[in-house]
Design a protein around this ligand. Structure first.
Ligand code: AMP
Length: 127
């Protein structure tokens, strides 16, 4: 079911549980502000998720409520993760779903990093 990005943060969401160490993840990168790990159902040869450590449902929530340090730290972590995955030279795509129309499934902000192949058109045709 898609996430309602206007709802309050749900502490039982799967990424909150990963952050608390209650369920495992295949970690790629971690720092004070962010955690990156492999997607459990990869949609490309490389498919990694980067999440902020703070409790934010969506990009709207994050940019409205997070500190400048958290916002800068999170986006730095996205760039560092892509570099660590050696995706800078071949190229990669980042994507963040937010709310119903995007079909966001997990109610903790996350950026997908896709790479490892030519990724094709940016979007399936939306009509
Ligand atoms: P989204 O549709 O943008 O909310 O994407 C959620 C992503 O989380 C999907 O690509 C799922 O495959 C991924 N996912 C769900 N549960 C886990 C998990 N336990 N570990 C890693 N990735 C997960």
């Amino acid at each position: 079911m898609s996430v309602d990005a206007t709802q309050p943060y749900d502490v039982s969401n799967i990424f909150a549980r990963i952050l608390r160490g209650e369920i495992p993840c295949k970690k790629v990168y971690e720092d004070k502000h962010a955690l990156a790990f492999h997607d459990i159902n990869p949609q490309a040869p490389v498919h990694v998720l980067v999440i902020p450590k703070g409790a934010y449902v969506s990009m709207a929530d994050f940019t409205a409520l997070a500190s400048s340090d958290e916002i800068a730290g999170f986006f730095l972590a996205v760039g560092k993760t892509a570099a660590q995955l050696q995706l800078v030279a071949p190229g990669y795509r980042i994507l963040a779903n937010s709310g119903f129309d995007s079909h966001q499934e997990v109610s903790h902000l996350h950026v997908h990093i896709f790479g490892g192949t030519a990724l094709g058109p940016m979007l399936a045709l939306a009509t």
